[in-house]
Design a protein around this ligand. Sequence first.
Ligand code: GDP
Ligand code: IMO
Ligand code: MG
Length: 429
Amino acid sequence: MSTLVIVGAQWGDEGKGKIVDLLTSRADVVVRFQGGNNAGHTLKVAGEQIIVHLIPSGILYPNITNVIANGLVVDPSVLISEKASLRERGHFLKDSQLIVSDRAQVIMPYHKIIDQGREDLLGNAKIGTTGRGIGPAYEDKASRMGIRMGDLLRPSSLRDRIYNAMDEKNFLIERRFKRPKLNPEEVVQEYLGYAEQLAPHITDTTIVLQNFVRGGSHVLFEGAQGTLLDIDHGTYPFVTSSNVVAGNACAGSGVGPNVIEKCWGVVKAYTTRVGEGAFPTELADGLGEELREKGGEYGATTGRPRRCGWLDTVVLNHSVRLNGLTGIALTKMDVLTGISPLSVAIGYELDGKPLDHIPSDITEFGRVKPRYREVKGWEEPLSDCRSFDDLPKSARDYVEMIEHVSGVPVTLISVGPAREQSILRRTPF
Ligand code: GDP
Ligand code: IMO
Ligand code: MG
């Protein structure tokens, strides 16, 4: 057995999809363990760009098993259309490439209405969710009102569960959010239609996974979102509704903690964030715009412009600690070419006092001032570098500074969106 968890170490969109796709060449199984189609993971292979939201990023390899595990919230209509669009492009030709947990929660139409309705009512205080129904679906999981993928295969209990849930949902939809009520029978029929299409994939994925683990397979766990969006350890309440940290690879997929061997955090060479919430190193000026344009920083899910800023090593070290990172996959180094000097936050100040960690109180976090170190940039393009020694000295220094500050080796460096634009420095398995 050999296992590796890949997590986002910032606020998401660090390049997890690219890294997982690259490392899948050495894996047997790729497992998503939390989140849903709020994720947008971009893969670039042979000039073709593919964005997956729900299906794991190992899907471009025909002989790999991809798992949508119990920890996810699954929108069946998105899963069906993602499968169809991959197929249209010549991928995912065998149903056996994907299994979906019978215990994964189902995103229902009312979850999306409630998600969007709440954001509208919050006005300026909104979270800036993706509007995909993620939060309300996890709420129903916790309140034990959720529909699970396995229920789709049992029409009479599906009908009962939908009718039970919808009394309360329609009350909210009509009275609180002032939208037209949903007809429960129409919802039942819609979801029975999805069931027919998804049935070949739905199974007890924990048993399949256990067999892989026992057989000595290489298992890659693919995190979504980023550590600062974790429901417990992120910048609450401006977070997503699941545990993003590596520890949740266990509960979210049904393997014991003894199965997890390594965890690499994907770290963008600078910082981005979509949605609302404090962001101490944000560059609200022309430099932020330059990073956005050079880095193509527009949401892969919602198309929203991403807020951009300097690398923040307080954020990085928060992720090192909470995930137990054993490696860092550093992405988008090529984007920093031509920006000199570069600034890196090496600590914060709060009310004139030094602070070296992220406070739990969001209003305090909103008031911290970064303490910056200036480092030399580089002018050379990096996109053709294929070894550490190919990088210019200042870029090598930047990598070593990250290793020094975090105490974690940079195991992989990415210098472009394509698979081959990568410098693998340690073996993942
Ligand atoms: P994810 O959600 O963590 O998978 O990241 P996204 O796919 O949302 O956003 C990352 C973006 O950066 C995508 O457009 C990738 O194609 C792109 N990307 C990934 N790694 C690199 C890199 O090293 N350099 C450049 N220029 N782009 C990259
Ligand atoms: P990937 O996997 C970046 C953000 C949303 C919002 C907050 C809550 O591509 O890195 P939600 O819809 O989850 O309730 O929204 O979380 N968010 C992400 N930001 N990348 C993501 O995924 C995200 N998934 C959710 O913008 O601020
Ligand atoms: Mg993304």
